[in-house]
Design a protein around this ligand. Structure first.
Ligand code: MG
Length: 380
């Protein structure tokens, strides 16, 4: 077993589970969290939830499931290099997108709008809600009863009002304290993963062209490096050789900079991590490069006409479903139905939001088609 740095999260410093349980045999507590996440229903749903490309665009594009696996892989590599708890990083990474609605940001924005009068909807908070209460797998408790540190890592951001309602877990937002380094690196691994795989998917879908990407400094540098090692290389192999260099450059910079900041700040314990400024990060140059890449993706991919044309139907599906279930809670499946029928408006709205947020893209489209008789998206 790898020796952990003194500022890593370990079982002996963990703040434990909400419901006490006997220790696992033949695996550690953090492995148990990872395993519970992998076995959850919400995790399997990630296969049919998408961010940029809806499933029917093609079989080779990332889904939230493959995205989460890539984030987990990057998080583990970075955690290991820094002597951090790999299993905790992996658990946080696998759970980080569980709360996403169908249809990516369009779905989330619409559901948030529908929930405006009832406390809003936020996917990050929803991820926590899934692991804390919504998963129904254990006889003794609701949710997955994960360790405090896994839950802390899942909750990346939160309003002060929500923080107050969350008690212990919300305290760091009120006190402006940092989460574990494991949580910090997963947050950056998420961005690192999607920036690179969206370039790959963008090129594969031909929404982006290789020549266009030469305007992005980090891509151009990595492409030149690939071409100088492999003169004449072209097509998919050139794309992959370029992207693997980008991932490598970003990850290595992240590891080196984070290591340097840990030393600079004199961080020796986990309490030091909580009290210090955010330690995980990039050099100024890499941060600039990453910002340029993100701006490029925003302007050329996320706002591409072929991506945007899904936005309106997606929004209509979510808002129609919301209105329909609010007016007819008897259409919800049990036990939500029984609960919603006798609940206050705001509890009913939350039950409806939980149900819609849990849907995959294609289930939401199918359910909408069944209830409205209209076909908003084909072939899902
Ligand atoms: Mg993500």
């Amino acid at each position: 077993m790898q020796k952990l740095a003194p500022y890593a999260v370990t079982e002996s410093v963990s703040r434990g589970r909400q419901h006490p349980e006997p220790p696992p045999s033949e695996r550690g507590e953090f492995q148990r969290d990872r395993d519970r996440i992998v076995h959850s229903t919400a995790f399997r749903r990630l296969e049919y939830k998408t961010q940029v490309f809806v499933n029917h665009e093609g079989d080779l594009f990332r889904t939230r499931l493959t995205h989460s696996l890539e984030v987990a892989q990057l998080s583990r590599s970075i955690a290991r290099a820094l002597g951090l708890n790999e299993e905790l990083a992996e658990a946080i990474a696998l759970a980080h997108d569980l709360g996403h609605t169908p249809f990516g940001h369009a779905g989330q924005d619409e559901l948030n709008g529908c929930m405006k009068a009832f406390g809003g909807f936020e996917h990050n908070l929803q991820s926590l809600r899934i692991v804390d209460t919504l998963e129904e797998r254990y006889a003794a408790f609701d949710g997955l009863n994960l360790l405090f540190e896994t839950r802390e890592g899942i909750l990346k951001h939160c309003s002060l009002d929500n923080a107050r309602a969350l008690g212990e877990l919300g305290r760091r937002f009120i006190e402006d304290a940092r989460p574990s380094l494991e949580a910090q690196i997963v947050n950056l691994a998420d961005e690192l993963a999607y920036c690179n795989h969206d370039v790959d998917d963008g090129l594969r879908s031909e929404l982006l062209a290789l020549e266009q990407l030469d305007a992005v400094a980090v891509f151009a540098q990595c492409r030149r490096s690939a071409e100088s090692h492999w003169p004449g290389l072209s097509g998919r192999r050139l794309v992959h050789e370029t992207i693997r260099r980008m991932i490598d450059a970003l990850a290595l910079d992240l590891i080196a900079q984070t290591r340097a900041r840990i030393t600079e700040e004199g961080v020796e314990t986990l309490s030091d991590v909580h009290a210090a400024k955010t330690l995980a990060g990039y050099s100024e140059e890499t941060r600039k490069n990453l910002r340029e890449l993100k701006t490029f993706l925003f302007n050329n991919l996320y706002r591409h006409e072929r991506v945007l044309r899904m936005t309106d139907p997606a929004r209509r599906i979510v808002s129609d479903l919301f209105t329909t279930y609010m007016d007819n809670p008897n259409l919800l499946p049990p036990p939500r139905r029984t609960h919603a029928e006798s609940a206050s408006d705001s509890d009913k709205a939350r039950a409806v939001a939980d149900y819609i947020a849990g849907m995959t893209d294609r289930f939401a489209a199918k359910e909408h088609r069944r209830l409205s008789g209209r076909n908003e998206v084909n072939d899902l």
